[in-house]
Design a protein around this ligand. Sequence first.
Ligand code: TXA
Ligand code: MG
Length: 326
Amino acid sequence: MTTEILNRTDRDIAHAAALLTAGELVAFGTETVYGLGADACNPRAVAGIFEAKGRPHFNPLICHYATADDAFADVQANAAAEQLAETFWPGPLTLVLPRRAGCRVAQLAGAGLETLAVRVPAHPVATRLLHAFGGPIAAPSANRSGGVSPTSAAHVLASLNGRIAAVIDSGPCRVGLESTIIDLSGPTPFLLRPGGVNFESLVAAIGPVQRGIPHARAAAGQSLRAPGLMVSHYAPKLPLRLDATRIAPDEALLAFGPPLPGAQLSFQLSESRNLNEAASRLFEGLHWLDENAGALTRIAAMPVPSHGLGLAINDRLSRAAAPRGS
Ligand code: TXA
Ligand code: MG
């Protein structure tokens, strides 16, 4: 694929929005760093982000909105969230809040979690793109996994040229480092990642904010330096058995390709064994099997090859299958 380099004209922004609507990936400038955007409500487009970045885990993504009202239509705000939105949005602050029941954002964008990270960016290109597109845009930093976050269109091209449909040359990023992430979904606000809004200003706006490694997360042996890794990923309620080649009578099937015979209940990740499609349906599938299992006592997952997004799918499946409490 040839990556188009777009400019800040209305025509190019409209074209970028049309690419997003078509499920393509578009990198765009924000005041923090360039984001790699996809239609947050389209699971296949979101899966494309993980593939283009070569991200080894389905680390949850931040969803970008044009306004706070738009954001709070998908997540449940509380008093602290409203205060922070009022004070710092648009700007380099991301709020983690519970998803609303009617949340339109694909499960994969939030890595299957019950919370969602939302932010209203303050960069004219991001704002215009969000308005032109008319929905939430999921966007991690626009670099290959493990690389440095990009603050120019040239940085984006250096790592993603040929892997994404377009980059909008949005000029430099004012802040140049990622947004501050604060988790407001628990009893006390918790700083997940320091960033563009400093800690003192958060405290000035809403009072005490915890920092450091919270108990549950510390117990999981994970560090504050890698916020993505301290997130407890979605694990199904039912135990999960991997690499199933036969199905027992009490098992529900997570199918990949032609389903094993005999399953009473099955969820198809991808009939044609397309890894991008399978990734986009993985969290939906685990939720759906849990909800519909009835008297079945276990999920049997068919093997998925470990290339491309298959590596991330298998990482997630093996975490979900690991002994509980580990
Ligand atoms: O400034 C920024 O935040 C940039 C621009 C593009 O907006 N985005 C960015 O995204 O830095 P990314 O994917 O590189 O980092 C997002 C971080 C990840 O560490 C992820 O684990 C965390 O946000 N995150 C996302 N959703 C979360 C959730 N529901 N709970 C906890 N952490 C979450
Ligand atoms: Mg990043």
